[in-house]
Design a binder for this molecule. Structure first.
Ligand code: UDP
Length: 355
């Protein structure tokens, strides 16, 4: 059986690390890299560090708006899929790359599998929500990380081909925790374990408009304790292009850095007092490591973490962020919302059985 996996973004490289390994034990995997993330610190570093197999095909979509990138990916995927003739296309998560892989497979009549199926923030203005909904409704194999995801699909009438397999990011987290623990982490930055915040921000909603950027700068400047912020290239570009970078760089307790690799990021996360983020994956990783999370959004698709009292939704509101940071008490027990760290094996088995 031949499976074409389509990846192209930082979180998809993290998911591909355990998944490609498990898939290759059962099927022939052809890995396609769309090139949506092409900065070395968002792409190459992850392949090297996490042992993700070298892509068999690179679409090299490069810079562009999401619509242009989608169009270019579709154009390049058509002949590739026609030549490879896979039994299944596998897409991960909720990015433009996910949408392109899903649409190309559907149009060419190739069965589609979606890893991280069924997640919903119920905010259709989010590009990620649009991508998820389309990918789910085109898939014949829906690989859900949580019970909530299975319920979301059932409400939309999607019940065939649905499997609750657990979350493959937990697999990655367990697989790389020992290597991450061996990294210098906060010590390399002169920060004390348990006495700093780890910040990430990259969503369109936080960076695309002047008003959103003002709100972001205001929130980050309201933080009055040591914090480290590995800045996503998109966020950095927007802050620089609109003349706001210096206002952040000059903030006395905030340390800005380029994005770091997965192991260094995990090392920083494990010892943080809390995480402040708008990332989907980072909300979960905070939970995996028992670190409190403050999410700079009004909705999340990882609702269990909020309902359980591990994650606080504050929007981009300085007062709510400060209030959340002042009260980070966590429940003693962390329920196994995301499974047992063996999602990749279940996904590979479900893919092989779907042939
Ligand atoms: N990450 C990383 N270095 C960083 C920031 C994040 O390795 O400087 C990792 C993080 O551990 C997680 C993934 O990137 O596994 C999350 O990606 P991102 O926030 O870009 O995407 P999202 O999860 O929001 O789709």
């Amino acid at each position: 059986m031949k499976v074409v996996s389509v990846v192209g973004n930082r979180p998809q490289f993290v998911k591909a690390a355990p998944l490609s390994r498990a898939l290759r034990a059962r099927v022939d995997e052809v890995l396609v890299h769309s090139g949506q993330h092409y900065d070395p610190e968002l792409a190459d570093l992850f392949f090297d560090e996490l042992g993700v197999p070298r892509p068999d095909h690179a679409l090299e979509v490069g810079h562009g708006t999401p619509v242009t990138q989608l169009a270019v990916m579709l154009q390049r995927l058509e002949p590739l899929l026609a030549a490879e003739r896979p039994d299944m296309v596998l897409v991960y998560g909720d990015t433009t790359t996910t949408l392109a892989g899903a649409l190309a497979a559907a149009k060419l009549g190739v069965p589609l599998g979606h890893v991280e199926a069924g997640l919903r923030s119920f905010d259709r203005s989010m590009p990620e929500e649009q991508n998820r909904v389309v990918a789910d409704h085109l898939s014949s194999l829906l690989l859900c990380p949580t019970d909530t995801a299975v319920e979301n699909l059932a409400r939309e009438g999607v019940v065939a081909g649905v499997h609750q397999v657990g979350d493959v990011m937990l697999d990655a987290s367990r697989m790389f925790a020992p290597a991450a623990a061996a990294r210098p982490g906060p010590a390399a930055l002169g920060l004390e374990p348990g006495r700093y915040l780890l910040v990430t921000v990259h969503r369109a909603a936080a960076t695309d408009t002047e008003a959103a950027l003002d709100a972001l700068v205001e929130v980050l400047r309201a933080i009055d304790e040591p914090a480290v912020f590995p800045v996503h290239p998109r966020t950095r570009h927007r802050l620089e292009a609109t003349g706001r970078w210096d206002a952040l760089a000059g903030h006395p307790t905030l340390r800005l850095s380029p994005p770091v690799g997965y192991l260094d990021f995990t090392a920083l996360l494990m010892s943080a007092r809390a995480v402040v983020t708008d990332s989907g994956g980072v909300q979960k990783e905070a939970y995996f490591h028992g670190v409190p999370c403050v999410t700079l959004r009004d909705t999340t698709e990882w609702v269990e973490t909020v309902e359980g009292g591990f994650n606080h939704l504050t929007g981009m509101d300085p007062a709510r962020v400060r209030a959340a940071l002042a009260d980070l008490a966590m429940p003693a027990e962390r329920p196994p919302y995301y499974g047992d760290g063996r999602a990749a094996e279940r996904i590979a088995a479900a893919v092989a059985a779907a042939a």
